[in-house]
Design a protein around this ligand. Structure first.
Ligand code: GLY
Ligand code: MN
Ligand code: MN
Length: 465
């Protein structure tokens, strides 16, 4: 945990931005894999973690803003719990470390809220994303489960998003650490990958290193020779000479902060001429997009810059044609780049995605308001502010099914050179991703630098086997 003053001050700031009513926070429950006592790794809800810092299941908390009182609802370990899991810090001790004075039994939450509702007091809650918490909320608030999302408090969401979006010094330190450990792991993978290994050999090494660092993975690693599959979680392919490996993996620190890096490297010691050409286009898009990162710039414009840079490079290769501004405006580049250039990052790898993209990535004046393939997947569009932490992750992905579908309907025939594209059916995909902090004057990359250019990557691969 951070010091208790940090949690007290975060709650104070939240209280003063909302003013009155009751704020309800639900921590996460254990999540069983196949039976109750065999649970997945426990992960606390990020907003609960942000305001209370306590990493244990089955907690809730309320902040009564009118009475200026914060209560954590939870239970101390029973003797049975102690027999099975050993004596741990008590809930009272954890609450003291979080600066919370009042602790009540978990069962009393229901009557506490019933009492508040009877007095027609406003109970603010955030949109639940786990089944257990949907059931719990529905039960304590007497609302049908399918009405919970619509009844979530917009003022609470907005206040949390405003606060969590601006990373404080202690959070930036954690995020630097997450990115540095992730960079070490990426370097290790580039050094150890060899033809004949399977993707899961690399995933095993990544997981081992993440756990050994004192944290864990921030999301299931994407480690694949089929880099065109954006969130590929299949690890059974064997690495062969001539292929590319796309490694998108990052650690979460013990305090819950994420890193999210991607590198793409050749299984062989060198990139082929074609791989290098495509890589250099992606790298140029990464550099152009990164150079724009500063306060008051809209991330939408960072994204469009990346798209235009990719499209220009693809035109130079003969895979796109025509006017690039028009091509990107109409979405033709999404044949090659189907997703967004980046997203906010913090306690969640896609930070606060549970609170709603309309609040986290956009504003009332800049709404997403598009169904365009590609642009509809951009999670962040709004103007940047000092303290934001985000990713830049352009890529080029050759997806045979997309080529076939668009090609059959002559879609974007003026901008895509379908004849030349056929030679790239088995190319796979390339992505480069780093994490950045927006500063008052521009930006700063998080974590230690990691090999980025094809020359830097080849220098590491030359020693690998
Ligand atoms: N690791 C998932 C992403 O890059 O968004
Ligand atoms: Mn990412
Ligand atoms: Mn990633």
């Amino acid at each position: 945990m951070f010091t208790k003053e940090i949690y007290i001050n975060r709650r104070k700031q939240l209280a003063s931005s909302i003013g009155s009513g009751i704020l309800l926070f639900l921590g996460n429950e254990e999540s069983p894999m196949n039976f109750k006592d065999n649970a997945y790794h426990f992960r606390q809800d990020s907003t609960f973690l942000y305001y209370f810092g306590i990493q244990e299941p089955h907690l809730a908390a309320v902040m009564d803003l009118d009475e200026d009182k914060t209560i954590v609802f939870g239970d101390e370990m029973s003797l049975d719990d102690i027999v099975w899991m050993g004596r741990q810090e008590t809930l009272h001790e954890k609450c003291t470390a979080s600066g919370v004075e009042f602790v009540q039994a978990s069962a009393s939450l229901k009557s506490y809220l019933a009492n508040a509702l009877a007095k027609t007091r406003q109970v603010h809650f955030l949109p639940p994303y786990r089944g257990e918490n949907k059931i719990r909320l529905a039960s304590v608030l007497h609302l049908p489960i399918n009405q919970l999302a619509a009844a979530a408090s917009i003022v609470f969401i907005k206040a949390v998003v405003a606060q969590r979006s601006i990373k404080s010094a202690e959070e930036i330190q954690e995020l630097h650490h997450a990115a540095s450990v992730s960079a070490d792991i990426h370097l290790m993978v580039m050094q150890l990958a060899k033809p004949g290994q399977t993707e899961r050999d690399l995933v095993a090494a990544i997981q081992q290193a993440a756990v050994a660092s004192g944290g864990q993975l921030a999301y299931p690693a994407i480690v694949t020779t089929r880099g065109e599959i954006l969130h590929n979680h299949y690890y059974g392919n064997t690495l062969k000479e001539g292929q590319l490996v796309l490694n998108d993996s990052g650690v979460e620190t013990a305090l819950g902060y994420a890193g999210d890096l991607t590198r793409t490297f050749p299984v062989s010691k060198k990139f082929t001429v074609e791989q290098k050409a495509v890589y250099d286009i992606v790298l140029e898009a990464y550099q152009q997009a990164t150079s724009l990162l500063s306060p008051e710039v809209r991330y939408l414009d960072v994204h469009l810059k990346a798209c235009k840079t990719l499209a220009t490079g693809l035109k130079d290769m003969g895979l796109m044609k025509g006017n690039i501004d028009d091509a990107v405006e109409q979405g033709a580049h999404a044949m090659f780049f189907q997703c967004g250039t980046g997203h906010m990052m913090g306690l969640d790898v896609h930070d606060m995605e549970d609170l709603g993209e309309a609040y986290v990535g956009y504003t009332e004046t800049l709404t997403k308001n598009t169904a365009q393939f590609g642009l509809k997947s951009l999670r962040l569009g709004k103007q940047l502010e000092p303290g934001y932490v985000l990713t830049v992750e352009p890529g080029i992905y050759f997806i045979p099914e997309l080529m076939d579908q668009w090609g059959a309907s002559n879609r974007f025939n003026d901008y895509i050179n379908y004849d030349k594209l056929q030679a790239f059916r088995d190319f796979s995909g390339i992505r480069v991703e780093d994490d950045f902090l927006i500063t008052s004057t521009g930006h700063e990359m998080l974590g230690k630098p990691l090999a980025l250019t094809t020359a830097e990557i080849e220098a590491i691969r030359a020693e690998a086997y």
